[in-house]
Each structure stands twice: as C-alpha cells, then as structure tokens.
Design a protein around this ligand. Structure first.
Ligand SMILES: Nc1cc(-c2ccc3ccn(Cc4ccc(CN5CCCC5)cc4)c3c2)n[nH]1
Length: 242
C-alpha cells in the first residue's frame, strides 16, 4: 500500500514513522510520503487560505492550491480521503474497505476546511471519500488522518503484530457489534483486586461464556445503540438471559 498525506503541518504526521507502522514503512512494506501543501502555493506569501464567500467566521482553504497538489499526488486509481466533521462516519467496515486499496491520499485541511470544489474536481478522476472520525470538531484533518491510517494499516497482513486481534476486536468480524470483554494479566491479585476466578479455571467453555456475558453486559450498559442493531439470530438463549 502507498500512502500520501498533504498538510500545512507535515510534522504532525511524524507519528506514522513510529512503532509497527514505522517499521513497515522503513522496510518498504508500506510506502509513505508526507507533502507540505505550501509547495503548491503560488504567491510570494505562499498563502493557502482566503475569506469565505457568503461571509462567516474563519477562512477557507483555496481550491487552486489544493487542486494543484492533488493533481500531482493523486493519480488515477488513487483514493482521496478528506477528513471533515461533515463526512461519512468512519467505521471498522470503512477501514476494512480502505485496507483493500493500493493507494490512499489524505488531504488534511485546516481553518474551516477546503473549498468544496477541491472535492468536486478531484471526484471527476479519482474516488473521493469525505470521512468524519466522530461528532466533535478538531482543529484540522491531520489527527483524523492518523486515526484512519492506523485503523487501516493494522489490518494489513504483516504490519500488525498479532493478526488474530484484528478479527476479534470489538468491531472486527470476530464478535460483530459487541464491545470487547475486560482483559486481565499477572499478578492474580493487584491492590486488593482479584482476577475473575473463571479465568483461572482452565474451563474453556466457561471462560468463553463469561467473556460473552461480559461483552453483552458492557455493550448494553455503554452502547445501547449497538444493542439495537444486534442481529437477534446471533444471540443464543444464554445471551438473552444476560
Ligand atoms: N471528525 C472530525 C473531523 C474534523 C476535521 C477534519 C478536517 C478539518 C479541517 C479543518 N477543520 C476544523 C474545522 C473547524 C470548523 C469547521 C466549521 N464547522 C461548522 C460547524 C461545525 C464545524 C469545520 C472544520 C477540520 C476538522 N473534526 N472532527
């Protein structure tokens, strides 16, 4: 997979060169290039923003600068991801879809976002996805790009340490729509808090049942919205008793 990120704060993307992802980049399993948007600015002040038509607070990022950047960085066949508070909700399903693509380009805006014609023009020749990572407003797209890139690249074979967990995570295929159960490790007692005895029992059926129950309880308590979406066919009699 090739990743290109365009931003006026390229150093914001430095975390992509750390940890497992950084190693995948260093050994060429992932190609990563971060570009400073100002490279495509034309005037001597290298300005990238201007006042909004129709008035309103803040500044909007200029279409000419962004279009020039995407012309260079996003060839036919690339997928352009534009983080925005107004985007389609980013989900594990979206991450799995993006993980199957060869070339992702992230257009990270600042100020009040990009002139909409940047999206409209790019969509004429590549797929453009406007994505929101949650219902809160960040100061720019860089952190959202880091979130999407991490969620996507951890699904790539050979990038994640433990391929198994990508399946059993809360929103992975392993346990559809349930939050994951609590996890424990040594010591067996810590500051007066014990590990649930079932986990020490070696009774794998009882352990699986306990984990399932805990997932159902947590999901019912913290995410009633997910419970509403659960497919009743995936709930057995014991589930219904929780
Ligand atoms: N999931 C998620 C993604 C982002 C995000 C992504 C890219 C950019 C680029 C600039 N901004 C700041 C920003 C500030 C104000 C407005 C204006 N809107 C009016 C009403 C609510 C806000 C838009 C945009 C970003 C924010 N935030 N949250």
């Amino acid at each position: 997979m090739r990743l290109d990120v365009v931003s006026i704060f390229p150093e914001y993307l430095a975390p992509l060169r750390q940890s497992l992802l950084g190693r995948a980049v260093a050994d060429g399993r992932i190609q990563l290039e971060v570009h400073d948007l100002r490279r495509w600015a034309t005037d001597r002040h290298r300005s990238v923003d201007d006042t909004p038509y129709g008035g309103g607070a803040g500044m909007v990022m200029r279409p000419d600068v962004w279009a020039a950047a995407l012309d260079d960085v996003a060839p036919a066949g690339a997928t352009v991801v534009v983080p925005t508070p107004a985007g389609h909700p980013f989900s594990q399903a979206t991450a799995a879809d993006l993980a199957r693509r060869e070339h992702l380009v992230f257009a990270c805006g600042r100020y009040e976002g990009l002139d909409q014609r940047v999206v409209l023009d790019a969509a004429r020749r590549v797929e453009v996805l406007e994505l929101s990572i949650g219902d809160y407003v960040l100061a720019g797209g860089e952190v959202a790009a880091l979130v999407v890139i991490e969620a996507v690249t951890r699904l790539l074979p050979g990038v994640l340490g433990n391929p198994e967990s990508a399946v059993t995570d809360s929103f992975g295929e392993g346990s559809p729509g349930l939050l994951e159960h609590p996890a424990y490790t040594r010591p067996v007692e810590f500051r007066g808090l014990a590990v649930p005895p079932v986990l020490l029992s070696g009774n794998h059926a009882a352990i699986a049942r306990w984990r399932r129950d805990e997932s159902l309880r947590r999901t019912a308590r913290r995410r009633p919205d997910l419970v509403a979406r659960l497919d009743p066919a995936t709930l057995d009699a014991a589930d219904r008793a929780v």
